[in-house]
Ligand binder design. Structure first.
Ligand code: NDP
Length: 397
């Protein structure tokens, strides 16, 4: 018996629902719930499995969540709503005795700032309740942490330098669009940059540091240093790391639009008065931008995300690069969503699979790199995100 409840019917939720339905031997009872029930019904229709239940829920409301959990009685909730809902869903899990998994760490709505402290603070309560929480189980965070754990387990005595490199070499043929929720995406990218070096966090201007990085099957792409949430947990769990950085590619068109959006105030997250009504500019912007869920149809090209690691094995320095390339077209053919939703949703399903198989169960709040990476890596190859390894080559970084 594997009773699973997916919360969130966006791009990622669509992929999770497809992949969970494909693994019916593990996931025997499935419910998809979100703010807008009609979106859940449309996804279930596209999957073609009427046994998947749907429900409306406001995941900001703990009591509503608890009522839904008590009614459906899931063993695990996969939270692919927005980071704003992490704490209410975790709270409801504790009240109803349900295990928890998500793909992004908590962020307060009124402050563009994310860190694990809010969710790590739940550790003792989950532990006492005998419940497992799995944090950050998308691609990055998610597979990036599992790649790091796998490298440490199999190829290094100590890892010293970690660079997570995230390239989207796809083309959605729109002037400007974000690949996941625009509000969350723009808040993340417009923050100050930050990386870890010699025990300290070093702050940079927003997108200030950049350099070309060569991606397999793609070629060189200008890549920008960003702060990304898994850096915080990885330097905690792998204390031999001397430097950890995160790089992401952006095209010039994208950056120009982003600059204009910021300069004209449309990235603001505070309320303004408009025609006697209060609106938040970035939420208004989201309403007029293309929906990431609708980008898949004409999306060409691929993503390439991996970890470039330098460290020592038996006293000798070595390098290791592990990555996945994911075709937007193939992702669309399988799930109706583009590659960014696909690379997030597939790992979320695999994390749930690990939980139901009893391989990833540990009462308390856990980041993915704290679990055994081997069975997860095996599933990545089976579930549509095969990985490749390069040993002892120049990492460029
Ligand atoms: P979308 O905006 O497409 O989907 C979010 C879904 O959550 C929507 O269906 C929305 O409902 C629903 N939702 C929002 N608020 C509530 C609420 N209060 N109650 C119930 N449902 C709610 O986002 P994505 O699918 O692109 O992203 C989903 C998550 O995945 C985000 O947290 C994002 O940060 C994370 N992510 C993680 C990545 C990784 O690699 N780790 C990469 C990309 C994304 P409605 O349809 O009504 O608006």
């Amino acid at each position: 018996m594997g009773r699973v409840l997916i919360i969130g019917a966006g791009g990622v939720g669509t992929v999770v629902a497809h992949k969970v339905a494909q693994n019916a031997d593990t996931f025997t009872d499935i419910m998809l719930a979100s703010r807008t029930k009609s979106k859940c019904d449309a996804i279930v229709k596209a999957i073609g499995n009427p046994a998947i239940k749907t429900a409306q829920v406001d995941a900001d409301n703990v009591d509503e969540l608890v009522a839904l959990f008590n009614d459906f009685k899931p063993e695990l909730v996969i939270n692919v709503a927005l980071p704003y809902q992490d704490l209410t869903i975790m709270e409801a899990c504790l009240k109803a005795g349900v295990n928890y998994l998500d793909t992004a760490n908590y962020e307060p709505k009124d402050e563009a700032h994310f860190e694990y402290s809010w969710q790590w603070a739940y550790h003792e309560r989950f532990k006492e309740a005998g419940l497992t929480a799995i944090l950050g189980c998308g691609f990055d965070p998610g597979v990036s942490g599992i790649y790091t754990a796998y490298a440490t387990k199999h190829y290094f005595d100590e890892i010293h330098y970690l660079d997570i490199v995230d390239c989207n070499a796809g083309d959605h043929h729109k002037a400007f669009a974000t690949n996941f929720n625009p509000e969350i995406n723009i808040r993340e990218i417009t923050q100050k940059g930050r990386y870890f070096e010699n025990g300290e966090w070093v702050e940079t201007g927003s997108l200030e540091l950049h350099q070309p990085i060569t991606y397999p099957n793609v070629g060189p792409k200008e890549s920008y240093l960003l702060y990304h949430e898994e850096l915080e947990s990885l330097v905690k769990h792998f204390p031999t790391i001397k430097r950890a950085r995160f790089w992401m590619t952006f095209g010039q068109e994208y950056l120009t639009h982003l600059r204009v959006i910021q300069n004209i105030g449309m990235a603001r997250i505070d309320e303004i008065e408009y025609n006697g009504q209060k609106i938040v500019p970035i939420q208004f912007l989201k309403a007029v931008l293309p929906n990431p869920q609708d980008l898949g149809e004409n999306y060409t090209g691929e993503t390439s995300i991996g970890c470039r690691i330098r460290g020592i094995k038996e006293g000798k320095e070595r390098t290791y690069y592990v990555y996945n390339n994911c075709s937007h077209e193939a992702a669309y053919k399988e799930t109706g969503m583009q590659g960014v939703s696909y690379t997030t949703g597939v790992p979320a399903m695999i994390g749930a699979l690990m939980f139901f198989k009893g391989l990833w169960k540990n009462p308390g709040v856990n980041n993915v790199e704290e679990f055994n990476p081997d069975p997860f890596m095996e599933q990545l190859n089976k579930q549509g995100l095969p990985w490749h390894e390069v040993f002892d080559k120049d990492l460029e970084l």
